[in-house]
Design a protein around this ligand. Structure first.
Ligand code: OXD
Ligand code: MN
Length: 641
């Protein structure tokens, strides 16, 4: 047998799971079926087998670290081929005013593509998938991965089972989720267990018809990532890239998760969770929604380095938060994941020393470059690696020199490692009741116009600020040029039900009596000087200065002034000790023309994409914002009470 020496866990599958495995194995026709127990021994066996096949290489320097290089056509999430399938289109997407986007694949003529997600009819999609999956695992092993999103013993955790023909997926799921026999035991505790069914194939039966590039099997022409909320099912084909293939992460914890959350009265969000302790020893938890590759991991692991002595950050999670109000009305969050699947480029001693330390062991790297002394390398490490004394091999396996046109590592190259390896993991990160959230921060990459930080007026205004988030595109998905894209709540790629209903859910969840609502903020670390094109704010560790201001606002400190867009820091209220050459006026300037244009494009965006489905509160918020902006010359900055 190619990957498996034993298979006794098959006998332990509850009958619902066994029949799912039987049904899908009849369709996919794998040579073997192997139920993963999640053990160290099994992990070693799979890593060794992949090394033998050339699917991964062992790091020459770091203990239990591995490098994978993908087919260059399979490097990121493919949003245009990510689809939610239901009976009714309107449950998933509104009809855009100017019509649906052009279809990407002529074999799917009835797909409805929009700026806020793609929809297709369930039955039609099943036919397409059956054709793709028929015999797709020939010559391969079907691995059965029982996994849990959220800590064991947490009443809000949820179980999925992924069937996959990729051992890379098995080893990565072992890092990113709690998986294996323990989860089977959980399933066996109840009469008819609930689990999300997930099916994944790289889409290359053996013997392969075409050469397998970089020993990374994938089928880009047929890649498709589908979700069936009405059947609790995820089916993904053709891509091995984590965001498309590790079903627990985006597919389950965000897309299916947000639908379960709507039904059950909670929130599944694309947010980091961090613990912040101030110099007085008071601790509060924040969460923050930034679009993919906009620095969630760096913020979640921020190092204060005595910029403001006494502050301490601890990390609960860097990507996803499942949140609900507890009986005392406090919003509580759990991180459903077990590891970090972080963007490598930009991670360095100066931006995120904690992450650099964390990935020195037990890590799978994908599409990074390598130094001649066996280390990993990517853009951003120029000052940490002695480039005069080592040579670099790029992710494309080419010799690479500083100044080369192409980057050494793919801009969306990743590290995948256990959360427990993080030296500042929060002591409560696995607490079954979750951590109490006092601040929700929204943010994006906005080179102009949007100030460094502001606080929203109230819950509805906060929902509006989340709904109108915009950010420059990044390499996390297939977009190639830098464009400012709407990314509401940083959820655009992960929305799985009608966005108007998503906003109504957020509005209504904050309206119950007796809640201790978190305060909401918007940050923008990415403002640039229009003349020099240099960043106006140093970011990274220096962001503790903004965290400090937010913390003080949570304690109701009188350090904000009212502006047309929200509360801004009062002059002198951001601690800038020892920080030179900061143009604070530029960082907080609210320019009338910019904001009028912003209102106009928000209105166009709403009309085009959500129109009749947009909750009336959002139109009201937009009108209010526009009116306040219109009055800019007249507005005296009042001191906030
Ligand atoms: C991610 C993403 O990988 O958002 O977290 O793309
Ligand atoms: Mn993400």
């Amino acid at each position: 047998m190619e990957y498996c020496a034993k298979n006794q866990l098959l006998d332990k599958l509850p009958k619902e799971l066994l029949s799912y495995v039987q049904e899908k194995s009849e369709l996919c026709k794998p040579d073997h079926i192997y139920v993963c127990d999640g053990s160290e021994e099994e992990n070693k066996m799979l890593l060794a087998a992949m090394e033998k096949n050339g699917e991964i290489r062992k790091s020459k320097k770091h203990k239990n670290c591995w490098l994978a290089t993908t087919d260059p056509r399979d490097v990121a999430r493919v949003e245009s081929r990510t689809i939610i399938c239901t009976k009714n289109q309107h449950d998933v997407v509104s009809t855009p005013k100017s019509g649906f986007r052009p279809i990407v694949d002529p074999n799917m003529p009835n797909i409805k593509q929009t700026a806020l997600g793609n929809w297709m009819d369930t039955d039609e999609m099943i036919l397409i998938l059956n054709e793709r999956f028929n015999g797709c695992m020939k010559g391969r092993t079907m691995f059965v991965i029982p996994y849990m999103m959220g800590p064991f013993n947490c009443p809000y955790s949820k179980i999925g089972v992924e069937l996959t023909d990729s051992p890379y997926v098995v080893c990565s799921m072992r890092i990113m989720t709690r998986m294996g026999e323990r989860v089977l035991n959980e399933l066996n505790k109840v009469e008819s267990p609930n689990f999300i069914k997930c099916l994944h194939s790289v889409g290359v039966p053996l013997p392969a018809q075409e050469p397998i590039i970089n020993n990374w099997p994938c089928n880009p022409a047929k890649t498709i990532i589908t979700h069936f909320p009405e059947r609790n099912e995820i089916i993904t084909f053709g891509s091995g890239y984590g965001g498309n293939s590790l079903c627990g992460k985006k597919c389950f914890a965000l897309r299916i998760g947000s639908i379960l959350a709507k039904k059950e009265g909670w929130l599944a969000e694309h947010m980091l969770i961090m613990g912040v302790t101030n110099p007085k020893g008071e601790k509060k938890y924040f969460c923050a929604a930034f679009p993919s590759a906009c620095g969630k991991t760096n913020l979640a692991m921020l190092q204060n380095r005595d910029i403001i002595p006494g502050y301490k950050i601890e990390c609960v999670g860097d990507d996803i938060a499942w949140m609900r109000f507890d009986e005392e009305g406090r919003l509580r969050a759990i991180n459903p994941e077990f590891g970090f699947f972080g963007v490598a480029p930009g991670t360095s001693q100066s931006t995120n020393p904690i992450a650099l330390e964390m990935i020195k062991e037990d890590t799978i790297f994908t599409n990074v470059a390598e130094t001649s002394n066996g280390d990993v390398y990517w853009e951003g490490l120029e000052n940490d690696v002695d480039l005069n004394n080592v040579t670099i091999t790029s992710w494309k396996n080419q010799p690479w020199q500083k100044g080369s046109k192409e980057p050494a590592a793919h801009p969306n190259s990743r590290f995948c490692t256990y959360a427990s390896r993080c030296s500042i993991i929060d002591p409560n990160w696995e607490s079954p009741e979750g951590v109490p959230i006092e601040a929700i921060i929204f943010g994006g990459r906005r080179p102009t116009g949007v100030p460094l930080v502001y606080e929203v007026f109230d819950w509805d205004h906060g929902v509006f600020v989340g709904a109108t988030m915009r950010s420059e595109s990044t390499a996390a998905a297939e977009f190639t040029n830098k464009q400012i894209m709407n990314d509401p709540f940083a959820m655009r790629p992960f929305l799985a039900y009608n966005f108007g209903q998503y906003l109504s859910h957020w509005l209504s969840i904050g309206q119950k009596p007796g809640l201790k609502l978190p305060k909401m903020f918007h940050v923008n670390w990415f403002l640039k000087d229009p003349i020099t094109n240099q960043f106006l704010w140093p970011g990274f560790g220096e962001n503790i200065r903004i965290i400090d201001w937010i913390f003080r606002r949570l304690n109701n400190e009188n350090c904000a002034i009212k502006s047309p867009i929200g509360y801004l820091p009062e002059k002198g209220s951001i601690n800038l000790t020892n920080l030179k050459n900061i143009n604070i006026n530029q960082l907080f300037h609210i320019q009338k023309d910019f904001w009028l244009k912003e209102c106009k494009s928000i209105r166009e965006y709403f009309v085009e994409n959500v129109n009749d489905d947009l909750p009336k509160e959002m139109w009201t918020q937009l009108d209010l914002l526009e009116n306040r902006i219109q009055q800019i010359p007249a507005i005296e900055r009042e001191k906030c009470a």
